[in-house]
Design a protein around this ligand. Sequence first.
Ligand SMILES: [Fe+2]
Ligand SMILES: [Fe+2]
Length: 341
Amino acid sequence: MERLTRSPLFHPDGPRRPQGLVGETTYLLELTGCRYPWADRLYRKMRDLYWKPDDVNLVADHAQFAQLTPGEQETFLNTLGFLIYLDSIQAQNPAWLTQYMAAPEVSACLLTQAFFETIHAQSYDHLLSSLVDGHTRERVYRLWRDHPVLAERNRTLVEPYEAFYRHPTLEGLATLCFADVLLEGLYFWSGFSVFLTLASRHLMTGTAQLIRQIRRDEQHHLALYIQLIRTLRAEAPDVFTDDLAAGWQSLAIDAARREIAWMCEITRQGFEGLSPETIAAYVEWLANQRLEALGIAPVFPAATHHPLPWLERLGEMNAGKADFFEQAVVNYQDDLDFSQI
Ligand SMILES: [Fe+2]
Ligand SMILES: [Fe+2]
């Protein structure tokens, strides 16, 4: 398949407007009348939701963390260890991807995403600095490559990205975007369940507020990659073969299996509210949801219902605010309506 190239930075003979997601471009950022109005709207939505992790007070969480069982503490820290890696690579990857994007408004979304991933990584730093000693913090920051299960996951989950950057093609771009759908919409959602489950017991509520803010941003990122795939499919339908869909189904199955194994491993000492059965049911449901959003058949036929619907409620920005969240002012716009982009 044809290798994608990037245009020179000074390209006066380039097209007035990009012809598609990829191809020749002048990089001129002119939002009015841009080719992809959805990207302009999404960029503005993301920009308007700027927030600072340090505004969330974690003093109460510090005291509560010490009262969690050793098993719960390990689940908490191992989950952070994975999320730190995911947000760290997502602070890089979207920026690299812009080299191949012809529409500057799409690059604006990707660069804004990268900026917010930096805020998410800062949130985990804020959490660790507030909750644990320096030795523990150091250990958590090494988990991504020291924990054998996690290291293997991280090695494999970047393969679609590395494959694209080695040999950038349209098909590779589509699969990279699908890898992002899994990263943003399956790995993160599963990881958030740990913190939201604690919040359901009125524990670590400052942490939960940070997670809600991160989760809302991830909804935007998920919407971005789904929209990129839909746009690519409209512009290059030949790329979207049955073989490609089957490959994505395999990726989703593998992603779900690895996530379930990881979550079961880190909750093996017991984590009230999350059992191996509920973990598997939730992750499989997530995998089905992400495929269905792209018009691809689900891969876990039994996972037809959300097994933990209360997670969605607790994940919303104002969840439980009157009950246990008092320290920060919450005054943000509503979550992005996926049907509006
Ligand atoms: Fe993130
Ligand atoms: Fe993200």
